[in-house]
Design a protein around this ligand. Structure first.
Ligand SMILES: [Zn+2]
Length: 280
């Protein structure tokens, strides 16, 4: 699933092309997860002027001049792809919507596609937008290290892995960067906050910022199907140290990387570098 670095990459690309643009039409090729649904979506969006492209955690928010916003969540396989010329129809059976926009003399097209259909595009009024945003914890790259430490230290009986995946604790981290941050800070993902020393919380918070910063610079990770709005893959895949490396030698100590299921997700760690009891 696209996480903060991938969604931020998409946001930056959308901002270049869409900021200040007006949506002059929307074609609903195949009605599905858009709200309002079907032709009502096309009618509601037509004519809106985009005043900002924001990201909150893994959620994209197109701000409109009338105070409304379009919330776009890529979830597993949602994609936004730019076309210079108007496509005559969907490029494949997964393309569902086409946004046509104009900025000055410039005209462009943006298609929404979603193979697994977990993603969504929802038009929200100002109050609904605030409600959605209030559900998110701090942005890990905007917050101070101290804020992240405080969030991680909140009393919980859950595992560190589950806490990292909880968007209301810290926004934007998913399965890939949770595993990488745990490895980088030498913390076993099944540990509970009560077992962590203050220095370990700080190491974990610093690892989160470090890994996300580096991944944003590489335009994200294409571990599965993620591509940006130009159809390009992210460059961080080769920099992953544990995610997707189950059974392969740890890059630090050569112990085979363990893969197990934690918090319902495939989890990767080194049992030597990340001992369950913590470092003595
Ligand atoms: Zn190791």
């Amino acid at each position: 699933m696209p996480e903060l670095p991938e969604v931020e990459t998409v946001r930056r690309q959308l901002e270049k092309r869409l900021n200040g643009a007006r949506i002059f039409s929307v074609t609903v090729w195949q009605s599905d997860k858009e709200r309002p649904q079907g032709e009502a979506f096309a009618t509601a969006l037509a004519g809106k002027r985009i005043t900002g492209l924001e990201r909150r955690g893994k959620l994209l928010l197109w701000r409109f001049s009338d105070g409304m916003a379009l919330a776009v969540h890529l979830k597993m396989t949602g994609k936004l792809i730019f076309y210079e010329k108007k496509p005559s129809g969907p490029a494949n059976r997964h393309e569902r919507l086409l946004f046509a926009f104009r900025r000055g003399q410039e005209t462009g097209y943006l298609a929404w596609s979603d193979v697994r259909r977990f993603g969504y595009v929802r038009l929200l009024d100002a109050a609904a937008t605030e409600t959605v945003l209030a559900e998110y914890g701090p942005e890990p790259l905007a917050a101070t290290l101290e804020t992240l430490v405080e969030r991680l230290m909140l009393p919980s009986t859950r595992t560190i892995k589950a806490i990292l995946l909880d968007q209301s604790v810290i926004a934007g981290i998913g399965n890939i960067y949770a595993d990488e941050a745990c490895f980088l800070s030498a913390i076993h993902p099944a540990r509970r906050p009560s077992s962590l020393k203050p220095a370990e919380f700080r190491a974990l918070a610093a690892a989160i910022q470090d890994i996300l910063n580096r991944a944003v610079k590489q335009r994200g990770t294409s571990a599965h199907t993620y591509v940006d709005t130009e159809g390009k893959k992210g460059g961080f895949l080769r920099l992953l140290q544990v995610y997707g490396r189950g059974g392969q030698a740890c890059l630090r100590c050569e112990t085979p990387i363990t893969k197990c299921v934690l918090a319902g997700r495939g989890t990767h760690f080194c049992r030597t570098c990340q001992p369950l009891k913590g470092r003595r």
